[in-house]
Design a protein around this ligand. Structure first.
Ligand code: 5GP
Ligand code: MN
Length: 323
């Protein structure tokens, strides 16, 4: 057993109260990994608080156990675990909001800063959920159908339905095991990836109406006014980026989502062979080779200008090529 895993086992055995946090603006891997680990530790007799700064997005509320997620930390706990966070700031909390510093950091982002006292980071893993599945046995934790459902939701969403280049035979073997444990693949796929609200579709329409293309680059923006006009209450792109990245010839896709207070959320997606994680890191963000993001200060116009010109440059240099 790796020393970090033995240490995690020791920490879990010695803890009565555990708090687990995943990242702000949570995706399916953040919610699924958080809730799966929460349920495992509850089944092992621990008192567990699961926390998301932004709460659970409606599309993931079908996940069993997701209704227990809180938005704030308890005043006290013996063990604090972060899942699917590449750096501490991704939790969406300040250190003074936490009852203790992060003991354990479990993640799969190549840009992870190893901010925990114990760090279990595997950039080869397709999702944090895959790492957690592998940890269950050595940690002596049971995977039941609810745990499996949450883990499979993490795998399905982070691989966009097993479509990303990091889907190995092992990822599909893990998925098969999770289905054997009772995870309903078709329902997870439908609810967490395919289904859209009417309002989200209208929001997409605003972004699609101003879509631009130049060589292998495709981009668009979503404004505060768009969200107000259609009544979309999220601060995200409602996953429009994944639709844009299916466009023929779009080697790199970028979306700019205007935020309140003079910042812009930028999301990048690339086809296999172009690594956009360093570009996102250069703008203060991070992510994976083919999916990365950053929160950039400035107005929409300025940020678009800066980001598009920097993104154009990765086609011209070799820095984005290879893995
Ligand atoms: P998305 O573009 O869907 O928000 O995120 C794509 C990937 O980039 C995810 O793996 C996510 O964790 C990462 N990412 C998105 N925004 C940020 C950010 O502001 N900071 C960091 N470090 N990573 C981000
Ligand atoms: Mn993830």
């Amino acid at each position: 057993m790796k020393p970090q895993i033995a240490e995690l086992r020791r920490l879990i055995e010695g803890a009565a109260g555990v708090a687990i946090v995943a990242h702000e603006r949570p995706d399916g891997d953040a919610v699924g990994s958080l809730v799966a680990l929460t349920l495992c530790l509850q089944n092992a007799g621990k008192q567990v608080s699961s926390i998301l700064a932004d709460g659970v997005p409606s599309r993931f509320r079908f996940l069993p156990g997701s209704d227990e997620v809180q938005r704030t930390f308890p005043t006290d706990c013996d063990l604090l675990i972060a899942v699917d966070c590449s750096e501490f700031e991704r939790t969406g909390f300040k250190s003074e909001d936490l009852p203790r510093s992060v003991d354990v950091n479990i993640d799969h982002h190549p840009t992870n800063t190893h901010f925990g006292a114990v760090n279990i980071v595997d950039p080869q893993a397709a999702a944090t959920a895959e790492i957690l599945f592998d940890l269950a046995d050595p940690l002596g934790l049971d995977v039941d159908s609810h745990v499996a459902t949450n883990l499979l939701a993490g795998l399905v969403t982070d691989t966009i339905g097993f479509r990303t280049a990091n889907v190995t035979p092992k990822v599909l073997q893990v998925a098969a095991r999770l289905i054997e444990y009772g995870a309903p693949l078709a329902e997870i796929y439908e609810r967490s990836l395919n289904r859209r609200s009417f309002v989200a579709a209208r929001y997409w329409g605003r972004g699609l109406s101003r879509l631009e293309q130049e060589d292998g680059l495709v981009w668009t923006s979503l404004t505060l006014e768009d969200r107000q006009h259609v009544g979309y209450t999220g601060k995200d792109d409602a996953d429009l980026i994944n639709l844009l990245s299916t466009i023929d010839g779009a080697e790199v896709t970028v979306i700019f989502i205007e935020q309140p207070g003079g910042t812009v959320k930028v999301s990048w997606r690339s086809r296999a062979g172009l690594n956009i994680a360093p570009l996102a890191a250069a703008f203060g963000g991070g992510g994976h080779h083919q999916a990365a993001g950053a929160m950039v200060t400035g107005d929409l116009e300025q940020v678009r200008e800066r980001v598009i010109s920097a993104t154009r440059a990765i086609f011209e240099s070799d820095s984005g090529k290879g893995k």
